[in-house]
Ligand binder design. Sequence first.
Ligand SMILES: [Fe+2]
Length: 227
Amino acid sequence: MEDLEKVDPPLLYPDYKSTILRSPTKPLMIVKEHLKDLSLPVFGESMVQKYDNDLTKNGRINGEPLGERIRVSGKVMDEDGRPIPNALVEIWQANSAGRYIHKAEIHDAPLDPNFLGAGRTLTDSHGMYSFYSIKPGAYPWGNHYNAWRPNHIHFSLIGRQFEQRLVTQMYFPGDPLFEFDPIFQSVPAHARDLLIAKFRMDQTEPEFALAYEFNIVLNGKNKTHFE
Ligand SMILES: [Fe+2]
């Protein structure tokens, strides 16, 4: 019977080739109960700069970045739905043409001189976060013949407890590449919807940006899956 509580993909998923070499070869160790209460560093406002949560501005050199402006926002919570304030939320993504600024990047789509593709913010006292960005493009990634990643934004979160650490990806609704992407397919079928942001017409900003909602649960049975 399928374990409905399981939302993480298997550590070894051969269709996603990188997992063959990086998955553990020895049994995992259980974190001792008393270590789970260890406090993580608390992040203060001072570590986040003015435009860190606005990727339409934090990489500008001589103009606006190209592409479809979006606002991504949501709530970071624990398994009981309680908000997690002061969680550090970091994101990184390709530009609108599907290109990263990275020395190992092989895709020959154009760089955008006004788009960095990385940002960070802290959740507020209600566990809420938000970013402005540009909708990322799909890109080829060499996992297999004609492999393309669906549009996605990478997220890294550090909450307030040792276990409240998450690295994941946010996807966009209705992407035709879902069924061909082994990273997305490695997530148990019942948990995939948790990774797809909701389009929020009511949160769009007229004449400026479309809006998506992406809520994140840091532990427990409803948690967002670990990449
Ligand atoms: Fe990516």
